[in-house]
Structures are given as C-alpha cells and as structure tokens.
Design a protein around this ligand. Sequence first.
Ligand SMILES: Nc1ncnc2c1ncn2[C@@H]1O[C@H](COP(=O)(O)OP(=O)(O)O)[C@@H](O)[C@H]1O
Ligand SMILES: [Mg+2]
Length: 262
Amino acid sequence: MNERKELIIDKVEKTFPLPSGDGRLKVLEDVSLSVEEGEIIALLGPSGCGKSTLLNIAAGFERPDEGQVLFMGEAIESPSPQRGVVFQSAVLFPWLTVRQNIAYGLKRNKKSGFSGRKNHEEIEEICSRYIRLVGLEGFENYYPAQLSGGMQQRVSLARVLALSPKMLLMDEPFAALDAQTRIAMQQLLLTISAQLRPTVLFVTHDVEEALILADKVYVMSRLPGRIISEIEVPFQRPRPISIIGSAEFSKIKSEILELLFN
Ligand SMILES: Nc1ncnc2c1ncn2[C@@H]1O[C@H](COP(=O)(O)OP(=O)(O)O)[C@@H](O)[C@H]1O
Ligand SMILES: [Mg+2]
C-alpha cells in the first residue's frame, strides 16, 4: 500500500432505512477515493447526494455497509482526535468562554489519560497559540452568543486544531456564513494549511470554494452518490482570491458545472 495515502475509502456502499420502514435508500454507491498526507481534497456534490454520509464514515460516526475505510493503514471504527471534525454550524458550549471552549478537549484528554496529556501551563499556551492563529486575540473571554457566526467558526477550528489532528474533516463549514466572511474563512484555512499542513477532506456544494481550496476535487453525482470525476486543480499556492477572475478558473468552473447539471 502507498504509505503516503493517509485516508483510503475503497468501494464503499451505504444504505439507510426509509422512514416508511419499507426498504432502504441507497446513499453511496461504489465510492472510492484516497487522500495523501498534507493534501486538501474537496468533495463536491449537489445537496442530498451523500457528502455528509461519506464524511461521517471517514469520521467514524457511521459504518459503511460494504467496502473499506482506512486511516493510516487501519480500519476506521470510531471517532478519533486524530481526525478533527468541523461542522456547518459551530458546536460550542454556550456557558464556556472562547478560551474555555478551546481548552475543553485538551482538559478532557488530560483527565482520561490520553497519550497527548498536557499540564495546565501547556494547555494555556496551546490555547493562546490557536487563538492567535485564528485571529481571535482580544475575544478570549467572550461567550459564543457574543460572537458573530464567522467568529464562532474560528473557535470551532481552533478547538479542533488544539488537539493536533493529522486530518481535518470539514462538512460545509463556511456554508452558513455571508459571502465576505466565507472568503475570509477560506483564506484563513489556506493560511492554516500552509503553516500546519494538516490533511484536509472538505465537503462543499460550492464549485468556487472547491477550486479555491483544494489540490484535487472529487465530484459526486446525485443520489445514490457516486464519484463521477476526479479533477486536479492546477492553481499554484498561495492562492489569492483574485484567481476567481482568471480565464482558467472560469473554464474549470464551467466544466464542473456541466458535470453537476448533466
Ligand atoms: N441517518 C439517516 N437515516 C436515514 N436517511 C439518512 C440518514 N442520513 C442521511 N440520510 C439520507 O441520505 C441522503 C444523503 O444525505 P447527506 O449525506 O446528508 O447528503 P449531503 O450531505 O450531500 O447533503 C439523504 O437523502 C438523506 O435523507
Ligand atoms: Mg451535508
């Protein structure tokens, strides 16, 4: 097996029982993809095509009916702090401040004796580092309700990054944000990626977002979700937002739109 392949999804099938109780809905059909260490992969597809289902399988929240899912060569059987998940809306504790939300996972690991256990000073130091990285200095003592949606997503990201995951699994994390905040968050993710080099599997229904962020885009069909195309993104990094205006960007974007709407 290729050692650089950090995540391997091989011939995965997934069905769910229909609400009527009469039969099952096929959501994923023969889905195979792989993600190399340090790569940013976008999983692009129409709403309801099974993207979240596939991400949940990679996270260890769901199991496939058929096929194999391997992370660093081992079958994924449950969630792990090695694979940090960021959802569309920030999942924060409303009664904890920004700093306390970010520290939460680190403290819990300390209690449970997880191998990455840290003492109090280390936890404070790590929190400060990630608060800086996501641009939340000065907001450490705010509660989630006192933050904008974009700032809340920054906290989610910092909280996941504080656990030093090898991989980030991101499920439309910026889809609920306004257009300008979304661009700021995409640029933040690119900065973080350049500094920390996590492997990223990023789910989106937005073609431009996929092309701005990813090294490679996997395009999914409508239900049952299949991979219909694998596209290498030809743009150099760093990628300024201005690439959106280039002829090459428009060309790839329209090719992908054709795939999605055919
Ligand atoms: N736990 C579940 N039970 C039954 N059906 C589900 C479940 N999760 C997802 N589905 C169905 O699977 C399909 C794909 O859902 P999802 O993976 O959330 O799509 P996407 O993220 O691409 O919008 C939808 O038709 C949805 O209703
Ligand atoms: Mg989804």
